[in-house]
Write a protein that binds this ligand. Structure first.
Ligand SMILES: [Zn+2]
Length: 351
């Protein structure tokens, strides 16, 4: 699939490079150019320049350079076509339908449908949390010290005790049982029939780097098992290639990430101002995670739980990070159990 050169050119001219890069890098005007901290290498003083006149960027520190398309290809890891599509959307330019093979088209349609359903489900869970039914879950979150602002920022929600609530809601919106199943939101049982995957749980929507909801994590209210439950892998959810909180952490403008174990750790850290915290999603750190991290930072501090399991997991993660060229350091949380507890106790103590 190719787009005509004129169309590519229109997309380029309708997306001023200074505006586009400003969404990722804080730029300041200096003479005829704009300068900021380079997103492609670690630095303390800005050597990354963007020229509105030339519609190009260049880093005097690491030599990275190019136009608005190459910036997105580097920063977002987009293919050229993805960068064109992203910028066309941004400028409101309609692109002709791409000619996919039949299989590729079906796959792309399935992904789009699952993302759409996930978004609706996330909103549904969020509304439940704020409703009468969600009072218990809401209290649980505020008891854990989360503010209303944080709950909204992370889109936290609640799945009710009614076992097919979401399923009925989505069916009512016209989605097929098959599609809802492929989104990982329901299970089927011989006796019960179809039932929601998540019920009576606080819901943590899991987003990709572009803040699209790709799956969910749920923490049970009360003593149900398992305590934490994640969406199964779907056409849009690959646990080994996504990190919780990355959509926010990548714009933190810090040169390192804090890598922790759970959703609550990430959320507590962000609320406390550590907006560079991320977590792997109920799996051990993989090389896929490491190369994802490498796109944004070259340095990671591991803030895993201080128990034996956490320490072992941290020690296993270090070589994987090093292998990817990331420098890794382990922060010992003791005497605290995890970063969440550390923040609460040390804040209370006024540290
Ligand atoms: Zn650079």
């Amino acid at each position: 699939m190719y787009y005509p050169d004129e169309l590519i050119e229109e997309v380029r001219t309708r997306n001023d490079i200074v505006d586009v890069i400003s969404d990722y890098v804080r730029l300041q005007k200096k003479g005829s150019s704009y300068f900021g901290l380079c997103p492609f290498h670690n630095e303390k003083s800005p050597s990354f320049s963007v020229s509105r006149q030339k519609q190009m960027y260049y880093c005097f520190g690491c030599g990275a350079g190019g136009n608005v398309f190459t910036f997105l290809m580097e920063y977002e890891n987009f293919s050229f076509m993805e960068a064109v599509k992203f910028l066309a959307d941004r400028a409101g330019i309609a692109l002709p339908e791409a000619e996919y093979s039949k299989e590729a088209k079906q796959r792309a349609d399935l992904k789009a449908s699952i993302l759409e359903i996930n978004k609706i489900a996330a909103r549904y869970y969020y509304v439940q949390l704020k409703s009468e039914r969600g009072v218990g879950a809401h209290t649980y979150l505020t008891d854990r010290g989360l503010t209303e602002e944080t709950i909204t920022a992370f889109g936290l929600g609640y799945s009710t005790k009614y076992s097919d609530d979401l399923y009925q809601y989505l069916r009512g919106k016209g989605y097929s049982e098959d599609l809802i199943r492929q989104a990982g939101l329901i299970n089927t049982d011989e006796r019960q029939g179809v039932y929601d995957k998540f019920w009576n749980r606080v819901i943590f929507p899991i987003m990709d780097v572009n803040s699209r909801v790709i799956g969910f994590g749920g923490r049970v209210m009360g003593d149900g098992k398992p305590k934490y439950l994640n969406s199964p892998e779907t056409a849009v959810f690959d646990k080994s290639r996504n990190l919780y909180g990355l959509n926010r952490a990548r714009t933190s403008r810090k040169t390192y990430f804090l890598l922790c174990e759970g959703y609550m750790d990430v959320i507590s850290l962000h609320q406390a101002g550590f907006t560079n915290a991320v977590a792997s999603l109920g799996t051990a750190l993989t090389s896929g995670h490491a190369s994802l991290i490498k796109r944004y930072v070259q340095e990671v501090y591991l803030t895993y739980d201080s128990d034996d399991a956490g320490t072992r997991a941290a020690l296993r993660a270090v070589p994987i990070l090093k292998e990817a060229g990331i420098s890794a350091k382990v922060i010992r949380m003791d005497p605290y159990k995890d970063p969440d507890e550390f923040i609460k106790k040390s804040w209370r103590a006024g540290i």
